[in-house]
Design a protein around this ligand. Structure first.
Ligand SMILES: [Zn+2]
Length: 267
């Protein structure tokens, strides 16, 4: 399948499962100096990390919709049934990352524990957040809370640095949401792959213009600082990047003005 990219991380294998795409109006991006188009189409990715007999699903896509909802088909193509997923790691609780977790309120991954950052659960559960939210955001909160309720007995809270599966270490990346987290995959101190979740949404635009944020950043200033710090760290290094909205797996290169993503050839 053309939308599957696989890479060895050391002890494990990471497979990119592109659930679909989303089309974002340029008006959703902040601080754009040179708007290149009226809207931008971005990939929506989930991931399968397999190591030591474990099947870890990282995010779950947008779920059934006109341009997304391919997760189950891609898992089947990887010979993994929903019942064989033992761990779901959720980078954050936005709709394009949790859309595949519930089916009519029932857990799709019935044997999995759901790993979430402690601050993510606190954020979406807060009464004050709901009270202050406009109607469209209330719907987003309702979606997050449905997942928290559905998986309530099987939620595992983690903090920065936790090893959620062999050679899969949590990297807290606050800003986009308070508990927004990625993973470093590989031996301690020698990560092969960094899965940076939603450090960028429109990768071409936001790597060239690092100040550009999105309207759904919970804390735009912190999101920008986190993005700058990570880019400084990974640019021109050997580490491979994967992300919720990156096209495949690749490296980050510096350019005169900012950065660019150089994807590996698809296999
Ligand atoms: Zn996202």
């Amino acid at each position: 399948m053309t939308n599957v990219v696989k890479i060895s991380t050391g002890a494990g294998i990471l497979t990119v499962l592109q659930d679909g795409t989303d089309c974002l109006p340029m008006a959703m991006f902040l601080n754009v100096r040179q708007p290149a188009a009226e809207n931008v189409t971005i990939p929506i990715n989930a991931f399968l990390y397999q190591t030591a007999g474990r099947n870890v699903l990282i995010d779950s896509g947008l779920g059934p919709s006109s341009d997304a909802g391919h997760l189950q088909q891609l898992l089947a193509a990887a010979n993994v049934s929903p019942a064989q997923i033992d761990t779901v790691f959720c980078t954050h609780l936005h709709p394009d990352h949790i859309g595949g977790l519930l089916d009519d309120g029932a857990c799709v991954f019935a044997n999995a524990q759901l790993y979430l950052h402690r601050e993510e659960v606190a954020f979406w559960g807060a009464d004050a957040l709901y009270a202050a939210a406009p109607a469209p955001f209330k719907a987003v909160i309702d979606g997050a809370r449905a997942v928290l309720a559905g998986y309530a007995s099987r939620i595992v809270l983690f903090e920065d640095g936790a090893e959620i599966a062999p050679e899969a270490f949590v990297m807290h990346l606050p800003g986009h949401t308070p508990g927004h987290s990625g993973l470093q995959l590989g031996p301690v101190g020698h990560a092969q792959v960094m899965l940076w979740a939603d450090i960028v949404h429109a990768s071409t635009l936001q790597l060239a213009q690092v100040d550009v944020g999105v309207v759904f950043d919970a804390d735009p200033g912190q999101a920008q600082a986190t993005r700058r710090a990570i880019l400084q760290r990974v640019a021109d290094s050997d580490i491979l990047l994967a992300g919720g909205h990156l096209p495949g797996i690749g490296r980050i290169e510096r350019t005169a003005e900012g950065y660019r993503f150089a994807p590996l050839p698809q296999n």
